[in-house]
Design a protein around this ligand. Structure first.
Ligand code: GUN
Ligand code: FE
Length: 423
C-alpha cells in the first residue's frame, strides 16, 4: 500500500487525561498504519507524497461500539415509550421488513453511507435475524471500505412469531455466516444474542459454544431498564444477577465482550465487569430517549472498567459520534449534580471513549501512536476560528460541527470516496 503523509493540526487522545496536539505536523502512514508524527519530516521521507491540509484538524476516525443498522429508518419513532413497549410496537415490526432483500439493500445502503459520511470508520453492529440481510450488510460495508463487526441477531422466544427463530436453525445460520465471513480483514462476525429475555437457555448455550469454538467476540444488552431486569428475574430465577445469565453460557468475558447500556448495575456487578474485562457500551441518547436511566460512567471508570460509546440507533437518534460524545458528558453532568462525589466526564475522556477506548475492541485503533491503524478524518473549521487554539477548534467541532465539516475519511490508510449524505 502506498506511503504518504497528511499535514495539518493533529489531535488525538493516547490517554484519557488530555489531548495530544501536534500543530502543523506530518502524520506519516505506511502500509495502512501510523508510522509516526513529525514536526519536520526526517530525511528518509524526503520523497514522500505529502497532502498538505493547511490548518485542518486531523483526528482519528470515530468508533461506534453499539448500533442497530436495521433501526436506521425508525429514528425518532416511539420515543415516548420505554424499552419493552418500544421494542414490540416499533422495533420488531421494523426489523421484520428486513426479510425483504430489496428493503434490506436500500436501508442498509443508506445506513452504511451515513456511517461513512459521519466519519464512523469502525462500528459494532446488530443486524437482524435474517441471514440474507446480514450478508447484504457485510457486502455494503466492504464495498464502502468501512471496518465493522456485524452480528446476526439471534432470538428464539418472547418475540412476535415473525421474529422468533427456530433455535437450531438460528444456530446453523449463525455458524454458516461465520464460516463465510471469518477470514475478513475489516468486516468480521460477532456473536449477538439480542438480549437474554428473547433467548432460550438452549440458544444461549449454543451461541456460547460457537463463541468458544471460533474464539469470537460477543455483544448483547445488559441492565438497560428496570422492567427488563425484573423480567430477567422471572425468566431466569436460577441466576441472582442479570449478567450471570450470560456468564453461565460463556457469553460474558470468555471472549472479548460488549454489553450495551449497563445503566442499573450494583457496585458488586461493576467490580465484576472490571474483573472479567467486559466493556459496557454507554449509549447516552438512548438512555434518555427511552427514560432508561443515567449510566454511572465515573463510578465505572473509578473501578477500572473500560467504557466505549454507542449511538444505539434507533433508540439513540444521532449516528454522528460527536453528538454522542457531548451527550455522554451532559449525562455525566446530570449524574454528578445528583452524586457530587462522581465528577462529570471531561471532553478528553469522552473523546477517548469514542476513539482509542472503543478502538481497543478492534486492536490498535483510535489513536495516532506508531503502529495504530491509519483511520483518519480531515476536519475543516471556519476561517473565523483561526484565532482559536487547536483544542478550541476541536471543541467547536465536537459541540457544534456537523458532517459537512469532514472533508476526508480514511480507514487503514485507504480513503473512503463518494460519501453521500442521507442526513
Ligand atoms: N434491548 C434489546 N433489544 C434492544 C434494542 O433493539 N434496542 C435497545 N435500546 N435495547 C434493546
Ligand atoms: Fe441496542
Amino acid at each position: 500500500m502506498k506511503e504518504f503523509a497528511l499535514k495539518g493540526d493533529i489531535v488525538f487522545t493516547s490517554s484519557m487525561e488530555e489531548f495530544s496536539v501536534h500543530s502543523s505536523a506530518y502524520l506519516v502512514v505506511e502500509h495502512g498504519t501510523v508510522a509516526g508524527i513529525y514536526d519536520v519530516l526526517p530525511e528518509k521521507y524526503k520523497d514522500l507524497v505529502v497532502y498538505d491540509k493547511g490548518n485542518a484538524l486531523i483526528l482519528p476516525g470515530f468508533v461506534d461500539l453499539h448500533t442497530h443498522a436495521p433501526q436506521f429508518n425508525q429514528i425518532g419513532c416511539g420515543m415516548d415509550d420505554e424499552l419493552l413497549s418500544w421494542l414490540s410496537e416499533y422495533t420488531f415490526p421494523e426489523e421484520r421488513r428486513f426479510e425483504d432483500p430489496d428493503y434490506a439493500r436500500e436501508l442498509y445502503g443508506a445506513f452504511v453511507d451515513t456511517l461513512a459520511v459521519c466519519g464512523t470508520t469502525r462500528s459494532v453492529l446488530f443486524a437482524t435475524i435474517h441471514k440474507h440481510g446480514c450478508e447484504l450488510l457485510v457486502e455494503l460495508l466492504k464495498n464502502k471500505g468501512l471496518s465493522a463487526y456485524v452480528g446476526k441477531v439471534n432470538m428464539d422466544t418472547n418475540a412476535p412469531d415473525f421474529l422468533t427463530e427456530d433455535t437450531e436453525q438460528s444456530l446453523r445460520d449463525t455458524e454458516a455466516l461465520i464460516e463465510h465471513w471469518k477470514g475478513g480483514a475489516l468486516v468480521k462476525p460477532i456473536i449477538t444474542p439480542r438480549f437474554a429475555p428473547t433467548s432460550t437457555r438452549r440458544l444461549l448455550k449454543g451461541l456460547g459454544d460457537i463463541a468458544l469454538k471460533y474464539r469470537l467476540p460477543v455483544q448483547s444488552h445488559l441492565s438497560e431498564n428496570r422492567g427488563e431486569i425484573a423480567w430477567i428475574a422471572e425468566l431466569f430465577p436460577e441466576h441472582d444477577a442479570y449478567y450471570k445469565v450470560y456468564e453461565h453460557y460463556h457469553l460474558f468475558g470468555d471472549t472479548p465482550t460488549l454489553m450495551a447500556h449497563c445503566v442499573h448495575l450494583t457496585d458488586e456487578e461493576i467490580a465484576h465487569l472490571a474483573k472479567v474485562d467486559v466493556m459496557p457500551v454507554h449509549c447516552p441518547d438512548s438512555n434518555l430517549n427511552l427514560t432508561s436511566g443515567l449510566m454511572p460512567a465515573r463510578r465505572m471508570l473509578n473501578q477500572g472498567v473500560r467504557i466505549g460509546l454507542g449511538s444505539d440507533v434507533g433508540a439513540g437518534h444521532a449516528i454522528f459520534m460527536p453528538q454522542v460524545i457531548v451527550r455522554a458528558i451532559q449525562v455525566s453532568k446530570m449524574y454528578a449534580m445528583q452524586h457530587p462525589k462522581d465528577k462529570a466526564l471531561t471532553l478528553p475522556e469522552a473523546f477517548y471513549m469514542a476513539t482509542k477506548g472503543g478502538g481497543q475492541f478492534f486492536g490498535k485503533v483510535g489513536s495516532f501512536e506508531p503502529g495504530y491503524a491509519a483511520d483518519m478524518l480531515v476536519i475543516k473549521t471556519p476561517s473565523y476560528k483561526d484565532r482559536l487554539s487547536v483544542v478550541e477548534r476541536l471543541q467547536y467541532f465536537i459541540y457544534h460541527g456537523d458532517t459537512s465539516d469532514i472533508s476526508e475519511r480514511y480507514v487503514a490508510g485507504k480513503r473512503i470516496d463518494s460519501c453521500e449524505a442521507y442526513l
